[in-house]
Design a binder for this molecule. Structure first.
Ligand SMILES: *[C@@H]1O[C@H](CO)[C@@H](O)[C@H](O)[C@H]1NC(C)=O
Ligand SMILES: *[C@@H]1O[C@H](CO)[C@@H](O)[C@H](O)[C@H]1NC(C)=O
Length: 206
Protein backbone atom coordinates (compact mmCIF):
# COMPACT_ATOMS: atom_id res chain seq x y z
CA UNK A 1 0.00 0.00 0.00
CA UNK A 2 2.76 2.33 0.99
CA UNK A 3 4.66 1.61 -2.22
CA UNK A 4 1.54 2.24 -4.28
CA UNK A 5 1.14 5.54 -2.44
CA UNK A 6 4.69 6.49 -3.31
CA UNK A 7 4.24 5.53 -6.93
CA UNK A 8 1.09 7.61 -6.98
CA UNK A 9 2.95 10.56 -5.55
CA UNK A 10 5.79 10.18 -8.05
CA UNK A 11 3.28 9.97 -10.90
CA UNK A 12 1.49 13.02 -9.61
CA UNK A 13 4.78 14.85 -9.35
CA UNK A 14 5.57 13.87 -12.94
CA UNK A 15 2.18 15.09 -14.13
CA UNK A 16 2.67 18.41 -12.39
CA UNK A 17 6.21 18.57 -13.70
CA UNK A 18 5.10 18.24 -17.32
CA UNK A 19 1.97 20.32 -16.89
CA UNK A 20 3.55 23.45 -15.45
CA UNK A 21 7.19 23.51 -16.52
CA UNK A 22 7.00 27.26 -16.91
CA UNK A 23 6.23 27.71 -13.20
CA UNK A 24 8.99 25.33 -12.15
CA UNK A 25 11.42 26.96 -14.51
CA UNK A 26 11.91 29.83 -12.14
CA UNK A 27 12.70 27.75 -9.04
CA UNK A 28 16.44 28.25 -8.80
CA UNK A 29 17.94 31.63 -9.60
CA UNK A 30 21.61 31.48 -10.35
CA UNK A 31 24.16 34.11 -11.24
CA UNK A 32 27.40 32.77 -12.67
CA UNK A 33 30.06 35.45 -12.37
CA UNK A 34 33.59 35.11 -13.73
CA UNK A 35 36.36 37.54 -14.70
CA UNK A 36 35.09 37.54 -18.28
CA UNK A 37 31.39 36.80 -18.18
CA UNK A 38 28.12 37.15 -16.36
CA UNK A 39 25.18 34.78 -16.76
CA UNK A 40 21.83 35.11 -15.03
CA UNK A 41 19.99 31.78 -15.04
CA UNK A 42 16.65 30.37 -13.98
CA UNK A 43 16.84 26.64 -13.42
CA UNK A 44 14.22 23.99 -12.75
CA UNK A 45 16.00 22.85 -9.58
CA UNK A 46 19.18 23.35 -7.63
CA UNK A 47 22.43 22.28 -9.26
CA UNK A 48 25.61 20.81 -7.80
CA UNK A 49 27.71 23.84 -6.74
CA UNK A 50 29.95 25.13 -9.52
CA UNK A 51 28.80 22.26 -11.74
CA UNK A 52 27.58 22.11 -15.31
CA UNK A 53 24.82 24.55 -16.21
CA UNK A 54 22.76 22.33 -18.46
CA UNK A 55 20.66 24.20 -21.00
CA UNK A 56 17.88 21.64 -20.72
CA UNK A 57 17.53 22.54 -17.04
CA UNK A 58 18.41 26.21 -17.07
CA UNK A 59 17.45 29.23 -19.05
CA UNK A 60 20.42 31.60 -19.08
CA UNK A 61 20.89 35.13 -20.10
CA UNK A 62 24.38 36.29 -21.11
CA UNK A 63 24.83 39.84 -19.80
CA UNK A 64 27.62 42.10 -20.97
CA UNK A 65 30.07 42.91 -18.15
CA UNK A 66 29.57 46.58 -18.90
CA UNK A 67 26.17 46.30 -17.19
CA UNK A 68 28.09 45.86 -13.91
CA UNK A 69 29.56 49.33 -14.15
CA UNK A 70 26.20 50.99 -14.03
CA UNK A 71 27.19 53.38 -11.26
CA UNK A 72 24.28 54.45 -9.18
CA UNK A 73 21.36 52.34 -10.28
CA UNK A 74 20.01 49.40 -8.30
CA UNK A 75 21.16 45.81 -8.47
CA UNK A 76 18.93 42.78 -8.99
CA UNK A 77 15.87 42.06 -6.83
CA UNK A 78 15.39 38.41 -5.84
CA UNK A 79 13.82 36.40 -3.10
CA UNK A 80 16.54 33.76 -3.36
CA UNK A 81 19.71 34.05 -5.35
CA UNK A 82 22.67 31.72 -5.62
CA UNK A 83 25.89 33.18 -6.97
CA UNK A 84 28.69 30.97 -8.29
CA UNK A 85 31.75 33.05 -8.85
CA UNK A 86 35.41 33.26 -9.62
CA UNK A 87 35.60 37.07 -9.57
CA UNK A 88 34.96 38.72 -6.17
CA UNK A 89 35.10 42.14 -7.82
CA UNK A 90 32.32 41.33 -10.27
CA UNK A 91 30.18 39.85 -7.48
CA UNK A 92 30.52 43.07 -5.47
CA UNK A 93 29.57 45.12 -8.53
CA UNK A 94 26.64 42.85 -9.38
CA UNK A 95 25.15 42.75 -5.89
CA UNK A 96 25.80 46.31 -4.79
CA UNK A 97 22.48 48.05 -4.02
CA UNK A 98 20.55 44.88 -4.76
CA UNK A 99 17.64 43.43 -2.82
CA UNK A 100 17.94 39.73 -2.00
CA UNK A 101 16.29 37.90 0.90
CA UNK A 102 18.27 34.65 0.80
CA UNK A 103 21.70 35.03 -0.70
CA UNK A 104 24.05 32.13 -1.22
CA UNK A 105 27.60 32.84 -2.38
CA UNK A 106 29.63 29.92 -3.70
CA UNK A 107 33.28 30.48 -4.55
CA UNK A 108 34.29 28.24 -7.45
CA UNK A 109 38.06 28.55 -7.23
CA UNK A 110 40.83 29.59 -4.86
CA UNK A 111 41.23 33.37 -4.64
CA UNK A 112 43.67 34.88 -7.10
CA UNK A 113 46.40 37.35 -6.20
CA UNK A 114 44.17 40.27 -7.02
CA UNK A 115 41.77 41.12 -4.21
CA UNK A 116 38.52 42.97 -4.70
CA UNK A 117 39.14 46.67 -5.21
CA UNK A 118 36.09 47.61 -3.14
CA UNK A 119 35.84 47.03 0.60
CA UNK A 120 32.16 46.31 0.80
CA UNK A 121 28.86 46.19 -1.05
CA UNK A 122 25.34 46.59 0.26
CA UNK A 123 22.28 44.35 -0.02
CA UNK A 124 18.85 45.47 1.10
CA UNK A 125 16.36 43.34 3.04
CA UNK A 126 18.77 40.45 3.50
CA UNK A 127 17.46 37.64 5.72
CA UNK A 128 20.05 34.94 5.26
CA UNK A 129 23.57 34.86 3.90
CA UNK A 130 25.40 31.63 3.16
CA UNK A 131 29.02 31.61 2.07
CA UNK A 132 30.76 28.48 0.87
CA UNK A 133 33.57 27.10 -1.19
CA UNK A 134 32.56 24.35 -3.58
CA UNK A 135 35.56 22.17 -2.71
CA UNK A 136 34.80 20.78 0.64
CA UNK A 137 34.84 22.68 3.91
CA UNK A 138 31.46 23.48 5.30
CA UNK A 139 30.17 26.91 4.49
CA UNK A 140 29.10 29.61 6.91
CA UNK A 141 25.64 30.92 7.30
CA UNK A 142 24.19 33.94 9.06
CA UNK A 143 20.49 34.26 9.75
CA UNK A 144 19.20 37.76 10.27
CA UNK A 145 15.65 36.57 10.76
CA UNK A 146 12.62 37.18 8.59
CA UNK A 147 12.13 40.63 7.23
CA UNK A 148 9.22 42.43 8.82
CA UNK A 149 8.20 46.01 8.37
CA UNK A 150 11.49 47.62 9.32
CA UNK A 151 14.00 48.86 6.78
CA UNK A 152 17.23 46.96 6.77
CA UNK A 153 20.42 46.91 4.85
CA UNK A 154 23.41 44.58 4.98
CA UNK A 155 26.91 45.92 4.48
CA UNK A 156 28.97 42.95 3.32
CA UNK A 157 32.74 43.17 3.48
CA UNK A 158 34.38 41.88 0.31
CA UNK A 159 36.91 39.83 2.33
CA UNK A 160 34.20 37.22 2.77
CA UNK A 161 34.27 36.73 -1.01
CA UNK A 162 37.96 35.94 -1.04
CA UNK A 163 37.88 32.94 1.26
CA UNK A 164 37.92 34.37 4.79
CA UNK A 165 37.57 31.51 7.27
CA UNK A 166 34.92 33.09 9.50
CA UNK A 167 31.75 35.06 9.05
CA UNK A 168 30.65 37.53 11.71
CA UNK A 169 27.80 39.97 11.92
CA UNK A 170 26.62 42.80 14.08
CA UNK A 171 23.56 44.96 13.69
CA UNK A 172 22.99 48.55 14.71
CA UNK A 173 19.79 50.47 14.73
CA UNK A 174 20.10 53.94 13.28
CA UNK A 175 18.22 56.66 11.50
CA UNK A 176 18.42 57.95 7.96
CA UNK A 177 18.83 61.75 8.03
CA UNK A 178 16.63 64.23 6.20
CA UNK A 179 18.77 63.83 3.05
CA UNK A 180 18.27 60.07 2.98
CA UNK A 181 21.84 59.43 4.16
CA UNK A 182 23.00 57.02 6.87
CA UNK A 183 25.30 58.29 9.64
CA UNK A 184 28.26 56.25 8.35
CA UNK A 185 30.40 58.63 6.30
CA UNK A 186 32.55 55.81 4.92
CA UNK A 187 29.65 53.83 3.59
CA UNK A 188 28.18 54.82 0.28
CA UNK A 189 24.97 53.28 -0.83
CA UNK A 190 22.43 54.20 -3.39
CA UNK A 191 20.00 56.62 -1.74
CA UNK A 192 17.20 55.11 -3.81
CA UNK A 193 14.97 53.16 -1.46
CA UNK A 194 16.25 54.82 1.72
CA UNK A 195 13.30 56.77 3.04
CA UNK A 196 14.29 60.01 4.77
CA UNK A 197 14.24 59.89 8.59
CA UNK A 198 13.34 56.19 8.61
CA UNK A 199 14.65 53.94 11.36
CA UNK A 200 17.07 51.47 9.80
CA UNK A 201 18.78 48.32 10.93
CA UNK A 202 22.23 48.13 9.44
CA UNK A 203 24.00 44.78 9.64
CA UNK A 204 27.72 44.59 9.02
CA UNK A 205 28.89 41.20 7.74
CA UNK A 206 32.62 40.61 7.72
C1 LIG B 1 21.50 17.81 -19.66
O1 LIG B 1 20.36 17.24 -19.04
C2 LIG B 1 19.72 16.24 -19.83
C3 LIG B 1 18.43 15.83 -19.11
O2 LIG B 1 18.57 15.80 -17.72
C4 LIG B 1 20.70 15.08 -20.03
O3 LIG B 1 20.09 14.11 -20.86
C5 LIG B 1 21.96 15.61 -20.73
O4 LIG B 1 22.91 14.58 -20.85
C6 LIG B 1 22.56 16.74 -19.91
N1 LIG B 1 23.69 17.34 -20.64
C7 LIG B 1 24.86 17.60 -20.05
C8 LIG B 1 25.88 18.25 -20.92
O5 LIG B 1 25.09 17.34 -18.88
C1 LIG C 1 27.94 50.73 -4.49
O1 LIG C 1 27.08 51.82 -4.74
C2 LIG C 1 27.48 53.03 -4.15
C3 LIG C 1 26.39 54.07 -4.39
O2 LIG C 1 25.68 53.87 -5.53
C4 LIG C 1 28.84 53.43 -4.74
O3 LIG C 1 29.27 54.63 -4.14
C5 LIG C 1 29.86 52.32 -4.45
O4 LIG C 1 31.09 52.63 -5.06
C6 LIG C 1 29.34 51.00 -5.03
N1 LIG C 1 30.23 49.92 -4.66
C7 LIG C 1 30.46 48.88 -5.45
C8 LIG C 1 31.28 47.77 -4.90
O5 LIG C 1 30.00 48.84 -6.59
Amino acid sequence: MQLAGQVGRVLLTCVIWTAVPVLLWSDFKLAYVTEHSLYMCSCVHGLAPCGVINSSQCNCDDRPLSTLHRGDSSGPVHKRLTVWYTSPLHVALLLNNSEVRHLSLVRCKAPGPRGASYQYFTVQRLERLTVSYWQGELGHSVDLGPHTEEERVAVIHTSILTGKATLKAYTVQTKVDANGVLPFPNICMSPAGLPATAVMFVTFLY
